[in-house]
Design a protein around this ligand. Structure first.
Ligand code: UDP
Length: 469
């Protein structure tokens, strides 16, 4: 039938909800808006109920499958960093992936292969199948610039990023203090650093790099990276690619709770799919929310120092070890029950952000969360934890964007300072300004995705290239 002749694209997502979600949505968009069929591959290490639900919601023309398992016990036993695990799993999957792509190439009109930020080592599998190999970068142009410039920075910089006297300035990008540069780059003797450097070098092998961002949120970087330059692949900002609200049952009860709250009255507090706080910091956050007197909906994870393995959180934060609510301060739930709801481990975030009762979000600044917040016109309080989240927080507070507030940080973030920033956000002038700014960004993001919008046109231009090869 028609589907057999439709152009087919294979996408490969790194482990982690923050990676699977945008890859799955890109596949959905390629199908719905550009007539492609697609296959989404995931890794054997990466399987969770939340991830299965995302893949199961894809239309029949977008298939999904897990690559065969590769041994990783050696790395797990050695306590390897997440970056190492993701990178090595990609390398070890190349033989199986090469065979699968060859099969798919024979059975369908395969036109392109797309890996993500840890997948540059899999691009030779595309070459072997005779199709171009692209990357889909699930973060922003600032982080992509850091990665692309890393081989040069590595040669030029002595010592650690955090000791640099001047902020890191990359063409078109907001200046980032060294201490706020990508987490895994903060220890240059680490394996994680060497892997990121390796990927930065390998990115140049890609035929192009799609990026889950949009021009208005980082206009300077977009202007620079949209230019073709011989030293790097062409860059295609095609976002925001965000997740659909999952319309299944809401087992947490938080949608029902939101229904009972006044319009634009609730602060949503979430640290992404794997983020958690040390116990002492969790106490301060609880104290701050209580002190603020504001309504809140808080997704709580067991503290990082409760003995839970943080790596396990990365692969499936929805299964926070130990019932997380028991780590809250004594009496907190009782004292806040009129204004707050606490849910263990996981909330239907996109539905929460789209609810009329949601006023602002306190976020760890994972890029998917940022895009989801912007797409719903929800301003942010930034609370970065790891990966590129500090860079994102810097960008969101920069003059050219300014959609976020941040608490004072003096070692621990204290309850009093949390209450202050929460009140500023919910009732203050600064919060109002951020809300107005985010409304403008929301408008720019939405019109960019509409037919003839800039992100939509960028993807259209790229797929017509794929269709014609
Ligand atoms: N998410 C969710 N419910 C939660 C926590 C996270 O639905 O309780 C989703 C969120 O909407 C986003 C993704 O998981 O799509 C998290 O990605 P992000 O890049 O924000 O952070 P990461 O999890 O990669 O740190």
């Amino acid at each position: 039938g028609d589907d057999a002749r439709a152009p087919h694209v294979v996408l490969l997502s790194s482990p982690g909800m923050g990676h699977v979600v945008p890859v799955a949505e890109l596949a959905r968009r390629l199908h719905a808006e550009h007539g492609f069929t697609a296959t989404v591959f995931t890794y054997a290490s990466s399987d969770s109920a939340a991830q299965r639900a995302v893949l199961a919601s894809l239309p029949p023309a977008v298939g999904s499958a897990s690559l065969p398992e590769v041994p990783l016990d050696d790395l797990v036993a050695a306590g390897a960093a997440i970056e190492t695990l993701l990178s090595v799993e990609a390398q070890r999957a190349v033989p199986a992936l090469t065979a699968l792509l060859a099969d798919i190439g024979r059975a369908s009109n395969l036109v392109a292969f797309v890996a993500d930020l840890f997948g540059a080592d899999t691009l030779p599998a595309a070459r072997a199948a005779g199709v171009p190999g692209y990357l889909f970068f699930p973060s922003n142009l600032l982080m992509l610039s850091v990665m692309l410039h890393l081989p040069r920075l590595d040669a030029e910089i002595e010592g650690e990023f955090r000791d640099l006297r001047e902020p890191v300035r990359l063409p078109g990008c907001v200046a980032v203090p060294g201490a706020d540069i990508l987490g895994p780059l903060q220890d240059r003797s680490s394996d994680a650093y060497r892997w990121m450097l390796h990927h930065g070098e390998r990115y140049r092998d890609a035929d192009g790099i799609l990026v889950n961002t949009f021009d208005a949120i980082e206009p300077g970087a977009a202007a620079v990276l949209r230019r073709q330059e011989p030293w790097r692949p062409p860059v295609y900002p095609v976002g925001p690619v965000i997740r659909r609200p999952d319309d299944g049952e809401d087992a947490t009860g938080c949608m029902e709770w939101l229904d009972a709250q006044p319009d634009r009255s609730v602060l949503f507090v979430s640290f992404g799919s794997g983020g958690a706080l040390p116990a002492a910091q969790m106490d301060e956050l609880a104290r701050g929310l209580e002190l603020s007197g504001q309504r809140f909906l808080w997704v709580v994870r067991s503290p990082t120092d409760s003995g839970a393995d943080p790596g396990a959180n990365y692969y499936d934060g929805s299964k926070s070890k130990d019932y997380p609510l028991r780590f809250l301060p004594f009496g907190f739930l009782e004292r806040t029950k009129e204004v707050g709801l606490v849910v263990p481990s996981w909330a239907p975030q996109v539905r929460v952000l789209g609810h009329r009762a949601t006023r602002a979000m306190l976020t760890h600044c994972g890029w998917n969360s940022v895009l989801e917040s912007v797409m719903h016109g929800v301003p942010m309080i930034v609370w970065p934890l790891y990966a590129e989240q500090r860079e994102n927080a810097v960008m969101l507070r920069h003059e050219e964007t300014k959609v976020a507030l941040r608490p004072k940080v003096r070692g621990l973030i204290l309850g009093e300072d949390i209450a202050e920033v929460v009140n500023d956000m919910m009732n203050g002038k600064e919060g109002e300004a951020a809300r107005n700014k985010v409304a403008k960004l929301q408008e720019a993001a939405r019109s960019g995705l509409a037919p003839s919008g800039i992100s939509h046109e960028t993807l259209t231009e790229l797929v017509s290239k794929w269709k014609n090869t």
